[in-house]
Design a protein around this ligand. Structure first.
Ligand SMILES: Cc1cc2nc3c(=O)[nH]c(=O)nc-3n(C[C@H](O)[C@H](O)[C@H](O)COP(=O)(O)O)c2cc1C
Length: 151
């Protein structure tokens, strides 16, 4: 199964660390969402879309890429993210924008992953930030396990 991860991670490279835990398990390439051309995705069976959560959704470059993608049949995708605040119902909401765009193009979302990421956005930096040290070793182990289940 040929896999690729499309990533945007800029705040503290939190999601990049998660992508680097997932990629070797799948033997996946990692590409920045700004560098992907939609045609090249055709050669992959499984496409992962990951970024931090910014204003309750994935990075705009991933959302815009999803808008540009051609319709597909039987192509599998997975979603992942890191966020300042995480809980079960929130991950569903945080991922809904990209999930809906991809599903409208025919992608089958096989699974989703989220963990905490260090967050110094806005006033949080005044207090040393939220979730220092996350993702931690346990988060990355969980990400590896998630990737193992995708195979
Ligand atoms: C501009 C901005 C907006 C953010 N908005 C949210 C948000 O709506 N919900 C949330 O849980 N975390 C939010 N965060 C925290 C990030 O999702 C978190 O720090 C994430 O791990 C950053 O990932 P990155 O280091 O891969 O860029 C925000 C961070 C920034 C910088």
């Amino acid at each position: 199964m040929k896999s690729i991860i499309i990533l945007y991670s800029y705040h503290h490279n939190n999601t990049e660390n998660v992508a680097k835990a997932i990629a070797p398990v799948l033997g996946a390439d990692i590409k920045c969402s700004n560098e992907v051309n939609q045609e090249e995705l055709q050669e992959y069976d499984l496409v992962g879309f990951g970024s931090g959560i910014y204003d309750s959704k994935h990075h705009v470059s991933l959302l815009e890429l999803a808008d540009r993608l051609p319709e597909v049949t039987d192509k599998k995708a997975f979603l992942f993210s890191t966020a300042g605040v995480t809980w079960k119902s929130k991950v569903n909401a945080d991922h809904s924008a990209i999930r809906e765009k991809l599903q409208s193009k025919g992608y089958i979302i096989v699974d989703e992953f989220q963990c905490k990421g260090f967050n110094t956005n806005s006033f949080l930096k005044l207090f040393g930030g939220l979730n220092k040290g996350r993702p931690n070793a346990e988060d990355l182990k969980r990400a590896e396990k998630f990737a193992g289940n995708l195979k």
